[in-house]
Design a protein around this ligand. Sequence first.
Ligand code: ATP
Length: 349
Amino acid sequence: MSSAIGIERICMEFGEPGQGVRALDDVSLDIRANEFFTLLGPSGCGKTTLLRLIAGFEQPSAGTIRLYGEAMQDLPPFRRPVNTVFQSYALFPHMSVAQNIAFGLEMRGLPRAEIDATVQRMLALVKLPDVGRRRADQLSGGQQQRIALARALANQPKVLLLDESLSALDQKLRKDMQMELKRLQHETGITFIFVTHDQEEALTMSDRIAVMDKGRVLQVGTPSEIYESPVNRTVAAFIGETNFLAADAADAGLRLGDGQVLQAPTPLRGAVTLAIRPERVHLDPAGELEGVVEDVVYVGTDTVYHLNVAGQGGFRVRRQNHDGAVAAHAPGERLRLRVPTAAIRVLAE
Ligand code: ATP
């Protein structure tokens, strides 16, 4: 796949050089054509700033952004082959839906018949073929979101930037729109760059994800690479649930604080942190690890056991309620746990 967006060593500092806020710190990314690419990270990590730089609303302090091989620094936003959908939708409330979608096309001076045909095509694409005459402010939040997408797609951008676009929607609508966005990306073949702080949303929708923290990119990978093989503790903690255990790695294995030993998946030595996903641990009387039950929480599809392991509380084991049955274990009870060696990630930090 060819490169759609090349981000090369971008730094962004707001305020006085050397004293301001460093929103982005040496960020490099290669986003491929036709990719659904997500920037994921906690609030303030620099996601929106990176989108605004790609769109051309800001100029970087250092570094280069290329779109389809062309350096962008001298191009104003409206000359870039990019469109943005904001969280607030930013529709013109008193205009009709059709006028909203037509706006950018009229600015470009396209013939009326072509504009009308495009508006109808876009309404069909977002599955709202009959709302063209309605006023934008008479639509529901979910409908407004679709119209904002239709308006952004009408100009046939090569790249669509979506900034927390689903966060104003309720949970059910949000799940529907996640699928809808994936479908639109597939059907149009446009490169989507999606910004979110919601890891589940990122895992559900993306071809690849860049995990960001404090202005830096920590890891880039497919959802399964990021989930199964986080490069460090910050990524592991941010994506899904993770148990962390301190251990001492030596020839004999991974020795926990209370002397219990787990088999090491990799030959490492010294103080390490073990990252273990709750759903990879089994309750098994023949298991190598022991824990004391602190709490048992039934959450519908699963039951989550909170245990104290090696003197450390809050170790979670998540088991699916296949048969609707919940194993009866009471607080204070000792349980044995089986942790497959492949389920242990050994983190050096
Ligand atoms: P959120 O998820 O909360 O929107 P974000 O990851 O998108 O966060 P940014 O909005 O990119 O983060 O902000 C990154 C950092 O840069 C923050 O510390 C923010 O306060 C700072 N920042 C952003 N814009 C400006 C600005 N115009 N002037 C000064 N500081 C700014």
